[in-house]
Design a protein around this ligand. Structure first.
Ligand SMILES: C[S@@+](CC[C@H](N)C(=O)[O-])C[C@H]1O[C@@H](n2cnc3c(N)ncnc32)[C@H](O)[C@@H]1O
Length: 401
């Protein structure tokens, strides 16, 4: 029996698009004759623009790249009016650099890297300045979340995926507590993944699969995981529904998707409440300017419902200075100060007096956390839903139509 190929290629006539996925590492051009045949056939059958979708291509060696280059060259000679648009991603090592050469050599080609600026807040999120923020946050949230995860259906020995895993610390904690049989952690920030793999090495952890990728176009198989998590991330991406659809796809029927998100505008501290509330409303609005919705928490229920999840559980966890170690909670807000007055203020072009007001509002929050008679909160929303069995999904689609 012939071994199955590590890549797929298909022509979607409706979209004038050839989609190539997987790993294209042929030893010779002949070994990818099916790809070339599909591309040639597609080019001969369309007018205007032929799209070549490489978004889910994971590896491409030089032989593969050269053959794509030859296709572009030959198509230009055979069909001079046809434009070829190659849509690449940064997942394939060196793809942006290599593919940038093609438009210089051939007039008929356009190259677009779809994940270069694919969500508006990317620059301030996928940035190593966020590392200390993520680290301190996880340390206080885990304390509350460990038991909640069980209530939301996570058990020992499951297959687990953490999508938008950040610096990977949550995956490490889940691994330790729940001993999954498989655990995959995906993120789109190279600095975070570098940090995650370094920590895993230092902690002697070899079984967490850290993967670079886009949560809206995952390389993971359908129905592969029992429990899929995505924490504090739907709120930073401007199209949360797209991520949630992918989380649902990779979850097995009957498995659960688990989400957490914030309600930043409701962060609170008393006394000094006016300054504290004003500050968080500003931060919320600054993030909104960058396409983020830091008050996404309470909206999760609707989205899970719209996508057809069953048995949806939602709750709030109020992190307060009365249920969390005061110095740890204060450390989280202190880590926000650097980030808000630095990266975030720069990205949203805040004047210096505004930056100072934000700084003092965050310090007021720290004051309410640490003062003997102060009361401070950081509300988090937690939601999970069960993916319906395929027959239930079919029934509900039928009922809806
Ligand atoms: C606020 S951080 C939260 C990280 C982690 N889940 C945690 O709780 O610490 C948001 C994360 O989402 C990631 N992210 C945002 N959009 C993404 C996408 N489309 N694909 C993969 N990762 C994405 C960012 O790189 C970042 O690590």
């Amino acid at each position: 029996m012939a071994a199955s190929k590590p890549y797929t290629v298909r022509f979607v006539e409706n979209d004038q698009e050839v989609v190539i996925t997987g790993s294209l590492r042929p030893e010779s051009a002949e070994a990818m004759a099916d790809v070339r045949g599909c591309l040639d056939g597609a080019a001969a059958s369309v007018a205007g623009i032929l799209f070549v979708n490489l978004k889910r291509l994971r590896y491409l060696n030089f032989v593969g790249f050269q053959e794509l280059g030859r296709f572009v060259r030959d198509a230009g000679e055979r069909c001079p009016d046809l434009k070829i648009k190659l849509v690449i991603s940064s997942v394939v090592p060196w793809a942006p650099q290599r593919f940038a050469l093609l438009p210089e050599l051939f007039e008929n080609v356009i190259v677009e890297q779809y994940d270069r600026a694919f969500y508006p807040g990317q620059g301030v999120i996928e940035n190593d300045a966020l590392i200390p923020v993520l680290r301190t946050q996880t340390s206080i949230i885990w304390h509350h979340e460990r038991d909640l995860l069980r209530e939301h259906g996570l058990k020992e020995g499951m297959k687990v995926a953490d999508i938008c895993c950040g610096i990977g610390d949550f995956a490490v904690l889940m691994r330790k507590e729940f001993r999954p049989t498989r655990i995959v952690a995906v993120d789109h920030s190279r600095p975070f993944l570098q940090y995650a793999t370094q920590v895993a090495k230092e902690f002697g952890i070899a079984d967490i699969e850290y993967v670079f990728g886009d949560a809206t176009n995952l390389f993971l198989e359908d129905d592969a995981f029992d429990f899929v998590t995505s924490r504090l991330s739907l709120q930073v991406f401007d199209q949360p529904e797209k991520i949630l659809r992918e989380l649902m796809r990779i979850c097995r029927p009957g498995g659960r998707v688990y989400l957490t998100n914030e309600m930043m505008s409701h962060n609170y501290g008393y006394p000094r409440h006016e300054s504290v509330s004003w500050t968080y409303q500003q931060i919320n609005d600054m993030c909104a300017e960058l396409g983020m919705d830091l008050s996404f928490g309470p909206k999760m229920y609707s989205l899970l419902t719209d996508l057809g999840f069953e048995d949806i559980l939602v709750e709030t966890v109020d992190i307060t200075n009365r249920n969390t170690a005061v110095e740890d909670f204060a450390r989280v807000i202190e880590s926000w100060e650097g980030y808000v007055t630095g990266e975030l203020s720069t990205a949203t072009k805040q004047p210096s007096e505004m930056v100072e007001r934000l700084r003092s509002g965050l310090r007021d929050h720290v004051y309410t956390i640490t003062s003997r008679r102060g009361y401070a909160t950081w509300p988090l929303y937690i939601a999970s839903g069960r993916k319906p069995s395929s027959s239930a999904a079919r029934r509900s689609r039928k009922a809806a139509s």
